[in-house]
Design a protein around this ligand. Structure first.
Ligand code: HPA
Length: 270
């Protein structure tokens, strides 16, 4: 794994001369965030050695390098999901590559189903913690100490400083936000009503099919991590009757302008 990561990093560094400080993973419907980036290079995933190739509609596959204000960023336009059939090592491989491209901070976005009754479709939720309910762990197997320790401290998986800063920005721009706990499930089915109830009983506020593996691997390598979720559907009797991928993408789009503003300011000011 170490050698594979370094090979990919060396390939990218050979192609482009760019030292990003921020990595951004753009989730469902948030691909438009790249419009905030003064783009310098785009590397399609299929051109990058050892990278998996994205298969989900609405997820374009490319690394986008550029600047926001005076900050250098690399955005993953499209991520890899466990439900697509990738192993957890494949799902999280790009995060390892971003780390050795030099990022210090990782911003992760996603779409999720809400179980907190204070949420509604389009709500923006700052992820303050997560529950890992994925069936495989990305750090399972022999640990390579060059990446990080065997036993990772997960007391603060999401940066307290970045959360505080995001809350101030939201207040300043009058953007309504919540904070909450994200529970990661394998998918690809949306939850049954009974499963949404379980998610709530377990103490989570929203549920989705991504993010948790990437954040675990980011923390393994001591990246400072910020996560944000758009509530695209609610896990209640009525809402779940109609939920579809199209609805998720539509709802994510409606929240996108505010989320874009939030993330952009977070990067510029940090
Ligand atoms: N469940 C799981 N993943 C999701 C959902 C959901 O309700 N909405 C968007 N992604």
């Amino acid at each position: 794994m170490w050698d594979t990561v370094q090979e990919t990093v060396n390939y990218i560094k050979g192609k482009i001369n760019f030292d990003p400080e921020y990595g951004i993973i753009l989730g469902s419907g948030l691909g438009g965030f790249t419009e905030e980036i003064e783009i310098e290079y785009v590397l399609p995933y299929e051109e990058i050695p050892n990278f998996p190739v994205s298969t989900v509609e609405g997820h374009k596959g490319a690394l986008v390098f550029g600047t926001i204000g005076n900050k250098k960023v690399v955005a993953m336009q499209g991520r890899f999901h466990f439900y697509e059939g990738y192993s957890m090592k494949e799902v999280t491989f790009p995060v390892r590559v971003l780390k050795y491209l030099g990022i210090e901070k990782l911003i992760v976005s996603n779409a999720s189903g809400g179980v907190n009754p204070n949420y509604k479709v389009g709500s923006i939720v700052i992820i303050k913690d997560h529950i890992n309910f994925m069936p495989e762990h990305p750090l399972r197997g022999k640990n390579d100490e060059r990446f990080g320790p065997r036993f990772v401290n997960m007391s603060q998986p999401y940066s307290v400083e970045m959360i505080a800063k995001a809350k101030l920005i939201a207040q300043e721009f009058n953007i309504e936000i919540h904070d909450g706990i994200y529970l990661g499930l394998q998918g690809p089915t949306f939850e049954t009503l009974a499963e949404y109830k379980m998610v709530k009983i377990l103490g989570a506020d929203c549920v989705g099919m991504s993010t948790v593996p990437e954040v675990i691997v980011a923390r393994h390598m001591e990246l400072e991590t910020f996560g944000v979720s758009i509530i695209t559907d609610m896990g209640d009797e009525e809402s779940i009757l109609t939920v579809s991928h199209d609805e998720v993408l539509q709802a994510a789009k409606s929240a996108e302008p505010n989320l874009r503003m939030l993330i952009k300011e977070l990067i510029i000011r940090n």
